[in-house]
Every structure is written in C-alpha cells, then in structure tokens.
Design a protein around this ligand. Sequence first.
Ligand code: SF4
Length: 310
Amino acid sequence: MQCDQCEERAVYNELGKTYCKNHFLSYFEKKVEKTIKKYSLIQKNDKVCVATSGGKDSLAALYTTMLYCNEYKIPFFALAIDEGIAAYRDHTLKDLKTFCDKYNIQFRVISFKKAFGKTLDEVQNKAITVLNKKPCTVCGIFRRTLLNRSARELGATKLVTGHNLDDESQSFLMNLLKGNMRHNAALGPVSGLSENEKFITRVKPLYHMTERETRLFCVLRKFEVNFNECPNIHLSFRANVRDVLNEIENKSPGAKHGMINAFLEILPELKKKYREERKEFQYCKKCNDPCAGDICNACKQEAELCKEVV
Ligand code: SF4
C-alpha cells in the first residue's frame, strides 16, 4: 500500500487514510501542536512540568511538548513518580533517563517510598485483603497527589500528562458505567473542575491521538521504550473496559473518535453544572492541600496503609 501524499510505502492506515513514515510523523506532531493551540494547553508565560513514567505515552507527550516548548521558548522539565513496582517501573525509569540524557531534558524522580514510607508493592496485599482496594486505586490517589505537590513545589504552572484518546474514552465509559458524571465533568483536554492556586492545571496534548498511533510514533522515532504493561493492570476495571472498547473499535472503526467528539460537545455543560455544585474548599488538616473534607484522600490512605500499628 502506498502513502496518500507521496510514493513511499505506507506504514499506517486508518479510517481511509494512509501514511508513509515521514508523513505519519509529521501528521502526529502537527496534530498534537494543533491540540495544544486549540485548547490553549500551554501558554508563553507557563513553566511546564511533563508527568512521565518512561512508558510510550508519556515519552510521546514529553517529546511533542519539548518540540512545542523549544519552538516558543517555554521552560519545561520532566517529573516521574516511582511507585515501587518491581521489575516494571525500574525499567521504564531507565528508559526515561536514556531519553532525557539524549535530549538534554531536566528530570526529577519522586518515590512513594520517600513520600509515604512504603512502596506500592509493600502495601498492595493489605490494600486488597483488608481494605478491598485495587492496586490501581491506591496508586492513582498517591500518584495524583504527589504529581500535583511536586509540580507545585518545582514552580510549574502546567502539568502535562500522556493521556491519549483511548485513555479518555476508557475513563468516560468507566465513569458512565459507575454512574459518576461528576468524574466525567473533570475529564477533557484541560482536566479538573476545581480552580485553586494549589492545584496545577493538568493538560493532555495527546488528547486526539490513539493508542495505536502513539505506539507507532514511538517505534518510528526509535525511542528506547519498554512496551510491557504494569503487572497490576489486569486487576483493574479499566482493563475490562479497554478490551470491550477495542472490540467495538475493531468492528466499527472510528467508534472511539465518535465517542470523544460526542463527549466534547456535552463537556462544557457538564463542567458548568458540576462547578456550580461544588462546595467551598476545605484544607487537609495534615498536609494543607485543598480537599473536600477534613483530611485529603492521600493522607487518609497513607494512614490506612503505610503506618505501622503498635
Ligand atoms: Fe499504577 Fe495501576 Fe497504572 Fe500500574 S496500572 S502504574 S498500579 S495505576
């Protein structure tokens, strides 16, 4: 098969369009740049923190953010969270170091162990057996908090994440199936519902790129990247939803794009409704981060899982 735009061999074909290597890379990078501009994800006076794990999505986000920031002379750096997942995170962090050394990007690694006293592996059993909490739930709460706190302490004004179109469609469907429209209102290219100086705005440059495109981008750009999944993913609800959505996409190509485009039409109304309903912030009595009650979720979870009972 031949590229639509030249005589080179096509490496990618989707929804009736074909691309050779060079035209695919240019399509990917231009589409990300267009997403950044369309939703004003990054502005000239920002200091950008890219949340990255060294996995494919975050390396693609880091690379395309680097292109954008270099073009407009915007300062940026990478921030990784080491949850402490043996034989997995150590590999992706090694890939991240190789990447950052190659492109001369400043990066910091912050660990669960240092921040909360235990690794995810160390608290996982207790989380499942005593609290009936899945590893991804525990991981998500600690990681969100650490990313926000660290990005803020490092002076960032924007927090870029590697969420792509597949991630977003999975999150939308998961929230729908759980009847949680408030969480859906917090999705979108600029995530969150709450404006507070202690929350660093999270933005998603890969919002319109699919998982398949992101993977191919990393391969064609020859990033050293480990495509293995986290060993905990199979325990998550997300994995079930992902498989269902992939099956639908295989039978009806374009279904994920359709879902996200429809979601974007209703998103402004959802944000308005749930922003209006939001109560005033309280501040966590332990860490002083904004939260809905007396103690934030991360501090509650730390007390439940990481403190030794004597
Ligand atoms: Fe954390 Fe779950 Fe992602 Fe693994 S799959 S890194 S446990 S959220």
